[in-house]
Design a protein around this ligand. Sequence first.
Ligand SMILES: Cc1ncc(COP(=O)(O)O)c(C=O)c1O
Length: 497
Amino acid sequence: MENERENSIEINKAEFQKIGYQLIDTISVFFDDLPDKKVTTSKSPKELQQVLGNLSLPENGMPTDELISSASKLLFDHSLFNGHPKFFGFITSSPAPIGALADLLASSLNANVGGQILSPMATEIEKQTIRWLAEFIGVSPSYGGVLVSGGNMANFTAFLAARTAKAPKSIKEEGLSGSSKKLITYCSKSTHTWIDKAAILFGHGSKSIRWIPTDSSNKMNIHALEQNIKDDFKNGLQPFMVVGTAGDVSTGVVDNLEAIAAVCKSKELWFHIDGAYGVPAAVIPELTGLFKGIKDADSIAPDPHKWLYSPLEAGCTLVKDPKHLIDTYSSHPEYYNFSLSEEGGSVNYFEYGLQNSRGFRALKVWLALQQVGRSGYTKLIKEDIELSKYFFTLAKNHPNIEAVTQNLSITTLRFIPVGFEESNKKREEYLNTLNEELVNTLQSGGEMFLSNAIVGNKYCLRTCIVNFRTTKKDIEECIEIIVKVGSQTHATLQEEE
Ligand SMILES: Cc1ncc(COP(=O)(O)O)c(C=O)c1O
């Protein structure tokens, strides 16, 4: 081979600069134009396939500048924009623009943060990020952990660490079948679906979950928790873990973490907190009472790609004693000569979780934490909560809206048509049908975006504000949109009857 290699994948310096600058220009216009765009173009998969075309795999390469410019157009013309100020669906935040720059930088470096030898500074940055996340939510910076792709993975990572810590030592060699007692997990009935996946995937089975009922404020009923644990011990089972939720996915309720911590302590169970959504709110001094007990958690899952506004993907598992992660995930294959460097204090993140090769997702979180700072985040999160309360108040004061719940930055509400007074079962059934139809219509309409929650037996509209672009004016306009589209939906349903 000659010294110069004919190379179709390299982009030379001048071309990279030209295309890169152009892309940054396009993205900056995109961010700036967001408030004037529709939240989604809401095309059907069929329409999108037509736009995309049905070409077969290219045999030969194509010019880079054309590819980047057509991909930008394709995406900016046919996407849902969770960075839009009127996006309140599920728990998906507006992404911090610094995260977009960080991802470009991280991909250019392409550090493999599985082993420190491959990612010397990136590993240090991840370590610092994890320490800062612990400080941010108010637990000891001695918690250790690992960044993962999101909330599900963060909770899975902790679930397995809990099992290693609490199951018989033989579990690593014998698996679950070697244990004579069935391992039991406890969580409230409003826990996110990750717990089901974990129990099924890791061989415990969905029947190993005790779905503890909630009290009148929708928090886990502590008395029922204690009773379930007592019964299970009596029946020869092995309780091992209780999951408290700090901000449930439907209505944002934070469990009584202090009481759960006390139960776990007295029964020697692992205390895990799913804080994927709500735990960043612990940074607000006025809310420390709500999160009391957090410092006693054996593990916590905060999720930077939710309320820290990190672009997807970024979740985190924090463990009070990180040795439990090492005990669970460490292995020393002959082809990794990492052990020598460990003596020098290296951290090899492949030993802290499920992934082996790992990207540099810490960079976007680390940079945003510095760009905004603790006080900046406190202000942003506080404002999101205030906007959610404002949503609730406007809903409450509107004759055609029933405000149902408000916790952290989640509000649930229902549209009630004019003159729809009679209170009976048929009315409730109709309101559920109407509000379900309304959620679907609003989601495809593109004026605003929300999702749904079932509260009691009520099908509700649900807005979750993890959005630094939303203003009071957006909220006022959204109330009007809900009433306008709600009235139209009601009229259509009446015509169909
Ligand atoms: C409380 C809670 N836990 C876990 C998850 C799962 O997070 P992810 O979608 O990042 O996997 C969510 C998602 O909304 C959540 O709200």
